[in-house]
Design a protein around this ligand. Structure first.
Ligand code: SF4
Length: 322
């Protein structure tokens, strides 16, 4: 293998292509996110694709108290900003994050309304829109394409797995071809595309998961968020876990660090990494025990591991894609 990717580690000073670093360079500093709840549902809950949702999904795991749909978008932003500023006192610029459920599962006029309310706040310099790959179409992509000429927009899709057997088993209601199409069409319009991936879904061997890094690398993604599977309350997985825990092979920080390092080594160095692990609050998390490791400490532990083991994102990318 030509070892030119070794330079990657030293040029970037971190062993992976950090989206946070890109944002700092592009916008002149760290940008905090303010979650905004547009009161959407998703086709996997309202019966269009299915009922009950994906087997792992409980939106309560990440909805923050200030962004409840009873409040107007304006109220949510004002309260959200106060909330964020308690922790990040120096923050001056923000992204709005439409995170809960499927945020393009609505009309263009409703999207226009929400975006226009968000843009009343000049300190909000962009919007990240989380959605399903089957909740996008040419008309909505045209809308976002026009919008992103003047306002930073990212479309963030739940891929979760590249394997159709897994997507069926977790009740996603779409296949991987659907993800590929949505991502490709979004990227073709020049819109940055993010993706969520879950590592450790039942039915996938560790080798299958690692091999999926090469498949993910073929997608025109701007960034990805990696999540180790967590079992949270009020989900199908919570029921399954109670009855049949051996069906799950859950990571601990100790086992996840070398695994995700190997995954990154097989991933294209061009895809930026926005997140490396889940961090569900204790009030909803059933398993695994995460040993009290906070996200920031986890990232530091992973970076230390990768540097000490001479592993970096893309190190094995070419050999795995020949
Ligand atoms: S993960 Fe997304 S698509 Fe699946 S049920 Fe939850 S909100 Fe719907």
């Amino acid at each position: 293998m030509a070892d030119n990717s070794h330079n990657y580690l030293w040029n970037h000073s971190r062993p992976f292509n950090s989206y946070a670093s890109y944002i700092k360079e592009t916008f002149g500093g760290r940008i905090q996110k303010i979650s905004v709840n547009g009161n959407f549902t998703c086709p996997n809950r309202d019966g269009t694709k299915g009922y009950g949702g994906c087997a792992y999904c409980n939106n309560d795991a990440f909805i923050t108290a200030y962004c409840t749909p009873e409040k107007s978008i304006r109220e949510q932003i004002i309260e959200g900003k106060q909330f964020v500023l308690k922790r990040y006192k120096k923050a001056t610029q923000f992204f709005a994050y439409l995170q809960a459920y499927s945020n393009t599962y609505t009309s263009i006029s409703r999207l226009e309304e929400i975006i226009s309310e968000i843009r009343q706040f000049p300190e909000i310099i962009g919007c990240i829109i989380g959605t399903r790959p089957d909740c996008i179409d040419a008309e909505k992509l045209d809308f976002f394409q026009n919008l992103q000429k003047e306002f930073y927009i990212v479309l963030e899709y739940g891929i979760e797995s590249v394997y159709d057997k897994t997507l069926a088993a977790i009740n996603r209601g779409h296949d991987f071809a659907c993800s590929r199409n949505a991502i490709t069409e979004t990227a073709q319009r020049g819109i940055p595309v993010g993706a969520h991936i879950i590592l450790g879904l039942p039915g996938e061997s560790h080798e299958e998961i690692l091999e999926s890094a090469a498949i993910i690398s073929t997608l025109p993604l701007t960034s990805i968020k990696l999540h180790q599977l967590q079992i949270v309350k009020n989900t199908q997985f919570a029921v399954d876990y109670a009855h049949n825990p051996e069906k799950f092979s859950l990571f601990t920080p100790h086992t996840y660090i070398p695994f995700v390092a190997e995954y990154l080594s097989r991933l294209s160095p061009d895809i930026m990494i926005e997140r490396l692990a889940s961090d569900s609050p204790r009030r909803v998390r059933i398993a695994p025990e995460w040993e009290g490791v906070k996200y920031e400490s986890f990232v530091q532990m992973l970076e230390d591991y990768m540097i000490s083991h001479k592993v970096w994102q893309g190190k094995k990318y070419h050999t795995h894609n020949l």
